[in-house]
Design a protein around this ligand. Structure first.
Ligand code: UDP
Length: 489
């Protein structure tokens, strides 16, 4: 028993790998620092997948809320965004609202049980922020955890709340909450925001979710004070909330057999097979390519990307998901890649093609990995920098466009090669950027900068007393004092 065993933190991630992964890490961090009870809720299939890596204990619990995707015209196996074609994401967002009665009942049960906690804090996702309303109504403390960075969260909130691009015909426009000198171009908006007019299906769910997030008592952010100083300042100014930067929350590494989120899934590759392949290559020589857990590019873009990588002569690991025009669960098809590409890649171990899911952090941790061609999802960006690996940006959706820009312009650790799923990207351009980022001039400078960021990320999580304690550990401890001991903010 600990002095905090009467306290309870209840976490509710949105159903997407890029949300579930950092939420689980936040749950583990809270459990580790506080020794209180921690519960993570999700839908049944997500809880089953997580349970194989994190079996429930009396103080670390995974609790399913009943959910049937078919009631929402979703495929029966789709309880998270990685198993959905992109045009159905907004349906999953709408469907998640149906979890409210079950969540409310769970909270009431916890609060009225004979072992009711002395204090309960609900930590919701931005997309499940209605859970903070439920907590508020029942007298529990609450906070929102944004799995994006400070800069990306501010840009995303402001764009959806103000739709500044819808008020002008100009190609460039300013964004409320940012300095006047800051201008965004239309091409930097994801297609959903670009087409949004406030009456669309995305606005219908995102705008209330953002508004409710702004009503929460405080916000946790998967970022680091010393790395995102400007971004976190913008977020604090924009939201008016007390923001605790508690990152980097990186995925669990340890199960050497398979990537834990995908235990039991037929696709993918074992960690050992991947690491063995990397062992055969010299340091910094391999390009890792992945567009995250839910996005993919067009077939034409995939062709040009393949041509460019091949022409660069660099070794690569490429996580392939079917291009946008193809069935997400469909079999691998030869139209996706130039003829003979895979066979040539296999020769002399030049390239490794992995279907759907690879052990990303393990790949980034290997000395042979020299750069990461990424969609700049915030988790991917943090994971890459935590291992000192520079990025080639190809943002596709949500706040990835702003992440890519910040990584390039502010941190100097990224070169953007393309934007979005529609643009034509000639193979020659891919080749040029790959050579640059993996080369000896700009590449070496980017690796030096990425190593600097890595140092800051590590320091933020350093154990110690007083000032010696890293900024993110100080922030989570302060947050927990407020959320679970009732100390005032
Ligand atoms: N991921 C992985 N293997 C893959 C694809 C993704 O391990 O093949 C993990 C990745 O390490 C990260 C998360 O899934 O933790 C993706 O989050 P991110 O924010 O980068 O992108 P999203 O998938 O949300 O677009």
């Amino acid at each position: 028993n600990s002095e905090h065993d009467q306290e309870h933190a209840l976490l509710f991630p949105f159903m997407a790998q890029g949300h579930i992964i950092p939420f689980i890490e936040l749950a583990k961090l809270i459990h580790h620092r506080r020794r209180c009870t921690v519960t993570v809720v999700s839908t049944p299939a997500n809880v089953r997948a997580l349970t194989s890596s994190f079996p429930s204990t009396p103080t670390f619990r995974l609790v399913p809320l009943p959910f049937d995707p078919t009631h929402h015209s979703l495929p029966s196996t789709s309880e998270s965004s990685d198993t959905l074609p992109t045009h159905l994401f907004s349906r999953l967002l709408h469907a998640s609202l149906s979890l409210r009665p079950a969540f409310s009942a769970l909270l009431s049960d916890i609060l009225s049980s004979s072992a009711a906690p002395s204090r309960l804090c609900v930590i919701s996702d931005v997309f499940t922020s209605w859970a903070t309303e439920v907590a508020d109504a029942l007298g529990a403390h609450h906070a929102v955890f944004t799995t994006c960075g400070g800069y990306g969260t501010t840009a995303y909130f402001s764009l959806w709340q103000h739709l500044p691009h819808a008020r002008t015909d100009a190609e460039e426009f300013s964004v409320p909450g940012f300095p006047d000198s800051f201008r965004l171009r239309r091409s930097q908006l994801s297609s959903y925001i670009r087409e949004a007019d406030g009456a669309d299906e995305w606005s219908a769910v995102l705008r209330p979710a953002i508004a409710t997030s702004l009503e929460s008592k405080s916000m946790l952010c998967n970022s680091v004070e010393e790395v995102e100083t400007t971004g976190l300042r913008l977020l604090r100014n924009y939201t008016g909330l007390c923001v605790y930067a508690v990152g980097p929350l990186l995925p669990f590494q340890g199960d050497k057999k398979s990537s834990y989120m995908r235990a039991g899934k037929a696709h993918g590759i074992s960690v050992d097979a991947c690491l063995e392949w990397l062992d055969a290559h010299p340091p910094n020589s391999v390009l890792y390519i992945s567009f995250g857990s839910q996005n993919t590019i067009s077939a034409r873009q995939m062709m040009e990307l393949a041509k460019g990588i091949e022409a660069s002569g660099k070794a690569f690991i490429w996580v392939i998901r079917p291009p946008v025009e193809f069935d997400i669960g469909g079999e691998f098809q030869k139209e996706w890649l130039p003829e003979g590409f895979e066979e040539r890649a296999r020769q002399h171990a030049r390239g490794l093609l992995v279907r759907d899911w690879a052990p990303q952090l393990e790949i980034l941790s290997h000395a042979s990995t020299g750069a990461f061609l990424s969609h700049c999802g915030w988790n991917s960006a943090l994971e890459s920098l935590s291992r000192g690996v520079p990025l080639i940006g190809w943002p596709l959706a949500s706040e990835q466009f702003y992440n890519s820009m910040m990584l390039e312009e502010e941190l100097g650790v990224c070169v953007e090669v393309a934007r979005g799923k529609e643009v034509v990207v000639p193979g020659e351009e891919v080749e040029r950027v790959v050579r640059e980022v993996m080369g000896e001039e700009r590449g070496a400078e980017m690796r030096r900068r990425a190593a600097g960021v890595r140092g800051l990320l590590e320091e933020a999580m350093r154990e110690g007393d007083g000032e010696a304690k890293g900024s993110s550990l100080r922030a989570i401890d302060e947050f927990l004092e407020v959320a679970l001991s009732g100390k005032s903010e």
